[in-house]
Design a protein around this ligand. Sequence first.
Ligand SMILES: Nc1nc2c(ncn2[C@@H]2O[C@H](COP(=O)(O)OP(=O)(O)OP(=O)(O)O)[C@@H](O)[C@H]2O)c(=O)[nH]1
Length: 380
Amino acid sequence: MNPDPQDPSADETPAEAHAAAPVESGVDDDEDGHVEIGGEDDEELEEDGLDEDEVGDEEGDEDDDDRDRTEGVALPLSFGSSVPGRRCGLIAIVGRPNVGKSTLLNSLIGQKVSITSRKAQTTRHRITGICTEDDTQFVFVDTPGFQTRHTTRGTAALNRNLNKTVQSVLADVDIVLFLVEAGRFGVDDAKVLALIPPGKPTLLVANKLDLIHRRADLLPWLQQMQERHPFTEFVPLTAQKVPDARRLLGIVRPHLPEQDWFYDEDALTDRSDKFLASELIREKLFRLTGDELPYTSTVQIDKYVEEGRLRRISATIVVERDAHKGMVIGEGGERLKRIGTEARTELERLTDGRVFLELWVKVRSGWADDEQRLKSYGYE
Ligand SMILES: Nc1nc2c(ncn2[C@@H]2O[C@H](COP(=O)(O)OP(=O)(O)OP(=O)(O)O)[C@@H](O)[C@H]2O)c(=O)[nH]1
């Protein structure tokens, strides 16, 4: 009954067909404890270049050139040229983990360019979201939640990498949106605030206003915040509400220099479809595993091929320990199947086409504390 996973015209949808395969074919657990899930046998895997060595090492290295990196914002040739009446500039969104930065970016852009989940430290890459309105192009830079403590053992290199990204973003931008939860300011918030260079225009964005029952309660808190830092303006909002978030555009606009736009009028992000695919799968992974799975899990895209309106995507979920692979696969492969189905559905909506998605799970102990491996997974 299981259709050919390579055949997108088969009865079952591709992701469901593929994720269903381990139920029938079993989970192939090799000596290194890595798990490959799929309906194909080992011989076919090797032909496809999907055997353990190639996926983990050589193929990853070969792929380096076109892999998305946290290299910063690539600015086109028109950068800095003044065009009368046009404005354009960079806006950083910073704040401690889980404060709502990705939610805000998505509401501002009107499309998902950054993943969100209830799990802290979901965002790992520097993502730009672009929004062009009337005469102004807003180029938003989403940042990882600043790592103030090393809560998980063996993630020092990943944490260093994330912190460096935040600092380099702040040096570049025209204005900073400093996000906090309305009415709260903790040690983690203070550490992020301390990174903002003196004199950099900074809006205090008090998010999750919907959770505040009496606005008057915010006044003493606001007074304390003004004593902490010379904020340019105070903007309370609920990032989940699009009109609320988009009020920020009018406030930010005067702070952006008069110059030509960096990107086309209809551009939404400078990230590739391949990168967005890996982020979407990672979002589903975190959402569907809840707090069980440590954030030291990542997704690597092994294959991304476009054939007209069909995309064939093969991705590997990389986890730290043997125990984690079981969490990802779930009872009889159920959880992996859901991750695949939800990711595929959203990818199809985003790309307005059909998607054939293959998902694999692999154990790579210590990747989050291994600089080389971080690079091969797209972290700089
Ligand atoms: N009630 C409420 N929840 C919100 C709001 N904005 C974001 N959230 C929730 O807060 C959680 C974290 O949001 P994210 O946007 O992922 O936070 P982040 O700051 O990007 O997180 P990191 O990637 O860890 O840095 C999610 O569960 C969001 O749904 C809001 O305005 N109100």
